[in-house]
Design a protein around this ligand. Structure first.
Ligand SMILES: [Zn+2]
Length: 109
């Protein structure tokens, strides 16, 4: 069990717990509802951070390696299973990029 597994697992737990909490007290918008929304957002952010650490993307036009941030990792449009549409700074436009898993054991914060 390494810290990335924990990061991924806890982000999923946070998202689901947040949605459940928000849905549970939905008609009444109170403190608990906001806590649920906050949990979900925090979980999504953590998941984005995990994606940005766990994956790197290769531009298929110029073969530039692109490291995505948390938001890009979350909201980039998937094209195919292993491809996503990302902004390439070298091509200066959105290109199709291939995802590559980074070996996390050797990767240190
Ligand atoms: Zn490119």
């Amino acid at each position: 069990m390494n810290r990335y597994r924990i990061m991924f697992g806890s982000s999923i737990v946070l998202i689901f717990a947040g949605i459940l909490l928000a849905a549970f007290c939905f008609p009444k918008i109170g403190l608990l509802f906001f806590a649920g929304v906050l949990f979900t957002v925090a979980g999504l952010y953590l998941l984005g951070r995990w994606i940005s650490k766990a994956y790197t993307y290769i531009c298929m036009d110029c073969y530039l390696r692109i490291d995505v941030g948390a938001l890009e990792g979350l909201f980039a449009v998937p094209v195919d299973k292993a491809y996503r549409r990302l902004y390439c700074p070298k091509c200066r436009r959105k290109t199709v990029c291939k995802a590559r898993r980074i070996s996390l054991r050797v990767h240190v914060f």
